[in-house]
Design a binder for this molecule. Structure first.
Ligand code: HEM
Length: 160
């Protein structure tokens, strides 16, 4: 290849690299469409969040009965904490990069409580199961993939 052609192709490659860097990289690996699907499904369950939370805890404790003793106080209080966590997850969709330090702190607090990566995986399974039961057909394949991607991100930041 002539020198001029090599230089031209190198310049084009550099330009491509610069352009790639200019595109904001999403920490969660979620596309805008996936965020929309998560928000939409959350809005659908929000009116019944207390019931959804109770179903989630029943499933969580069935999957891993040893987790029950980590939670103190009545289920209503836990349900309220669950709602706070769910809202935090929704807020994080809009500020995902800025919220990583907060999630890391929350992860450190969970580590003190003895919560490890495998517990996050169990929790993710229980939550996806609960959403599947609560949303029925509107919890389609794409929505499920989006939730799994978000939960994998939470697990990585909080337990990593
Ligand atoms: C998506 C990841 C999670 C988020 C966003 C989240 C969020 C929260 C929040 C906001 C609190 C209240 C914080 C506080 O009281 O200081 C909390 C407490 C707690 N979380 Fe999580 N959490 C997550 C994952 C988990 C997992 C995987 C487990 C265990 C299976 C777990 C178990 C607990 C326990 C035991 C408490 C304390 C409850 C108590 O005080 O009785 N969390 N979580």
């Amino acid at each position: 290849m002539p020198a001029a052609a090599i230089q031209a192709s190198e310049t084009a490659a550099k330009r491509r690299t610069r352009r790639a860097k200019a595109v904001p990289v999403s920490d969660t690996q979620l596309s805008a469409e996936q965020k929309r699907l998560i928000r939409l499904s959350f809005l659908r369950v929000e009116p019944a969040l207390d019931l959804v939370a109770q179903l989630f805890f029943l499933k969580l404790f069935r999957l891993d009965p040893s987790l029950r003793k980590k939670f103190s106080g009545p289920v209503e209080i836990q349900a309220r904490k669950f709602a706070a966590g769910a809202k935090l997850a929704m807020i994080s969709l809009g500020h995902e990069d800025g919220l990583a330090p907060t999630l890391k702190l929350l992860g450190a607090r969970h580590r003190q409580l003895g919560i490890r990566a495998r517990h996050y995986r169990t929790m993710s399974r229980a939550l996806v199961w609960t959403l599947e039961r609560s949303l029925d057909k509107s919890f389609d394949r794409d929505t499920k993939d989006a939730w799994n991607t978000l939960l994998a991100y939470f697990t990585k930041v909080m337990a990593g």
